[in-house]
Design a protein around this ligand. Structure first.
Ligand code: NAD
Length: 244
């Protein structure tokens, strides 16, 4: 479904991002994964290589426009173009507002909003040559809010705003911009959240289970492919109808 395409996946070292990388590779894309640290990038790249995939990884600071530009230059040097950007890197939070620190606020804003803005801003000049795709990882909490950790849902509302606005701004270049809003998905991010928060939520899910990274990655594959050629500005929920 992605033969001949070059894709960048931020936060591709584990969880949902890792599964998106595998899904794209299985569908014949060339993929560059971005992670936060050299060590985690090397680990992800070597385990993918062990599974027989040809992939390469970088670890720019996504909140620095210059570092993002340099990383894109490396992708262009290697593959000559960029067709698909997946803004997936993210950090969650469950801290009550009275306990929020300035550092936590800034960390969430930097990775969940500024990185999406930076990576999207710099990719436009590459995508606009032949058209292309940007897909952002939003969240179920961008629709329903969350009972603590206010800046996490706030950041995902911002992701939805960026998605809908860039879809309108970049349509003239045949750049489609969409988001996937996962429900609770089985990754490290969820393992770090308190049980008291997760268990009552699972009881409300009509499909009776939390999502698997592959459930979510399938939606990214659809949106990245020509199967979604007339879909833009969409926030696609992949949440088992949780909270409905
Ligand atoms: P995860 O913690 O397993 O993976 C997060 C990824 O983001 C990692 O690859 C990590 O390297 C990257 N990352 C974190 N901080 C970074 C930084 N400062 N710079 C660069 N990269 C950084 O989490 P996940 O569950 O796979 O989350 C992926 C995305 O899905 C996030 O945007 C998250 O908000 C969203 N999401 C997750 C769930 C869930 O239940 N797991 C639900 C809804 C949305």
């Amino acid at each position: 479904m992605l033969e001949g395409k070059v894709a960048i996946v931020t936060g591709g070292t584990r969880g949902i991002g890792y599964e998106i990388v595998k899904k794209f590779l299985n569908n014949k894309a060339k993929v560059v994964l971005f992670g936060s640290r050299e060590e985690s990038v090397k680990k992800a790249v070597s385990s993918l290589k062990e599974e027989g995939y040809d992939v390469f990884g970088l670890y720019p600071n996504l909140s620095s426009l210059d570092e993002v530009k340099n990383a894109y230059d490396e992708v262009i040097n290697k593959y000559g173009k960029i067709d698909i950007l997946v803004n997936n890197a993210g950090v969650s939070s469950a801290t009550p507002i009275e306990k929020y620190t300035e550092e936590e606020y800034e960390k969430i804003v930097d990775i969940n909003i500024k990185a999406v803005y930076n990576c999207s801003k710099v990719v436009v000049e590459y995508l606009k040559e032949n058209g292309g795709v940007i897909i952002n990882t939003s969240s179920m909490v961008s629709i329903y809010g969350q009972p603590s950790g206010v800046m996490y849902p706030a950041s995902k509302y911002a992701v939805n705003g960026i998605t809908k606005s860039l879809a309108r701004e970049l349509g003239k270049y045949n750049i489609r911009v969409n988001a996937v809003a996962p429900g609770i998905t089985e990754t490290d991010m969820v393992k770090n959240l308190p049980k008291e928060m997760i268990e009552p939520l699972i009881k409300t899910i009509p499909l009776g289970r939390i999502g698997k990274p592959e459930d979510v990655a399938n939606a990214f594959l659809f949106l990245a492919s020509d199967m979604a050629s007339y879909v833009t500005g969409e926030i696609l929920s992949v949440d088992g109808a949780a909270m409905n």
